[in-house]
Design a protein around this ligand. Structure first.
Ligand code: R2B
Ligand code: URA
Length: 340
């Protein structure tokens, strides 16, 4: 295992540029960003993207289109957001929308998919000479609540009655997270609860740090204090390579462990500080950090993994949940732009 060398990020006139750490790029006459259907000879990237200050990425193309339309409204921009064009319409791999200084891009599911998108996005921001860029992943996740780690008294006894006052008086409950809660990631960790991402390069495993921008996480938490309609908390986010066996689910096509083993693992994850589980945060944190992008991860929890594996909430409820990280990010962007 090789540790990655640290990088000094270059700055120009005091501005923080988006940095690529690849000497081969300078020798190339043209750079084709194949999966984005953009290129340095076919497109004037500085003119198209030079003013970008916020990049928001998320798994689903429809959600990222909805986010772009939401930002259009929030920033009070002219024109009909319905007419918004997908900049990557020439490919069906990813979608991309630009709303003033905000870029909204989809990344698909899992580490390989987001990693391809990030290579090309980071080169795009570099070719466009963007500076002082903040990047945020808005996503979905499975939550780890602590309420049911030890059954509360009324659950383990024969009394099958839960009154509101019983819930209120349970101090553990107040520290727990319910589905629909939003988690701001302080540290992205792997399946072994380590804050690192392992990139296989040729036949070496290179370890990269998954540190995120602490000030940005604090700023997001501060913004969340002004949003009263859902709970937001800060915690570690575990990134896995699979939704089923990789996240300890019992309901995949394959499963070789018991419910007890699953709960024991999730409990250890919780004890290590993990509050939600998703599939992209470690590589996102590692790549953004190496390239001079201040990065944050904000995910809503769709279910409590200590309660079950299947996502049973209705489409309406899930749609509302998925707007929650968007509201938080919109508030941060508006605050930064002096609009709030
Ligand atoms: C969250 O949701 C997706 C799996 O359903 C995955 O992309 C993730 O990180
Ligand atoms: N996304 C995940 O990766 N896991 C979940 O449990 C829910 C959404």
């Amino acid at each position: 295992l090789l540790p990655d060398s640290s990088i000094e990020n270059k700055s120009y006139n005091g501005n923080r540029l988006v940095y690529v750490k690849n000497p081969h790029l300078d020798l190339m006459d043209e750079d084709i960003l194949y999966h984005l259907d953009l290129g340095t000879k076919t497109h004037n990237l500085p003119a198209m993207f030079g003013d970008i200050k916020f990049v928001c990425v998320g798994g689903s193309p429809n959600r990222m289109k909805a986010f772009a339309q939401f930002m259009h409204k929030e920033l009070g921009l002219e024109g009909d957001s319905k007419d918004m064009k997908d900049i990557c319409a020439g490919t069906d791999r990813y979608c991309m929308y630009k709303v003033g200084p905000v870029l909204s891009i989809s990344h698909g599911m899992g580490v390989p998919s987001i990693s391809i998108m990030l290579h090309e996005l980071i080169k795009l921001l570099h070719h466009a000479k963007c500076c002082d860029v903040t990047i945020i992943r808005i996503g979905t996740s499975g939550g780890l609540d602590m309420i049911f780690l030890q059954p509360p008294p009324w659950k383990s006894s024969n009394i099958n009655m839960t009154t509101h006052s019983q819930l209120e008086s349970n101090s553990v409950l107040n520290m727990g997270i319910e589905p629909g809660s939003v988690v701001i990631t302080d540290i992205a960790v792997n399946s072994f609860f380590k804050p690192q991402f392992e990139q296989v390069i040729l036949d070496n495993v290179v370890i990269r740090s998954t540190e995120l921008d602490q000030d940005l996480a604090d700023e997001l938490l501060e913004c969340s204090r002004h949003i009263k309609n859902f709970p937001t908390l800060v915690g570690h986010t575990m990134c896995t390579y699979d939704f089923y066996e990789g996240q300890g689910r019992l309901d995949g096509a394959l499963c070789s462990f018991s419910n007890e083993k699953k709960l024991e693992y999730l409990k250890r994850a919780h004890n290590a500080g993990v509050r939600n589980i998703e599939m992209e945060s470690t590589v996102f944190a590692a790549m953004c950090r190496l390239c001079g992008l201040k990065a944050a991860v904000v995910c809503v929890t769709l279910l409590d993994r200590l309660e079950g594996d299947q996502i049973t909430a209705s489409h309406e409820v899930l749609a509302e949940y998925q707007q929650r990280p968007q509201q938080l990010i919109a508030m941060l962007i508006k605050k930064r732009l002096g609009l709030w």
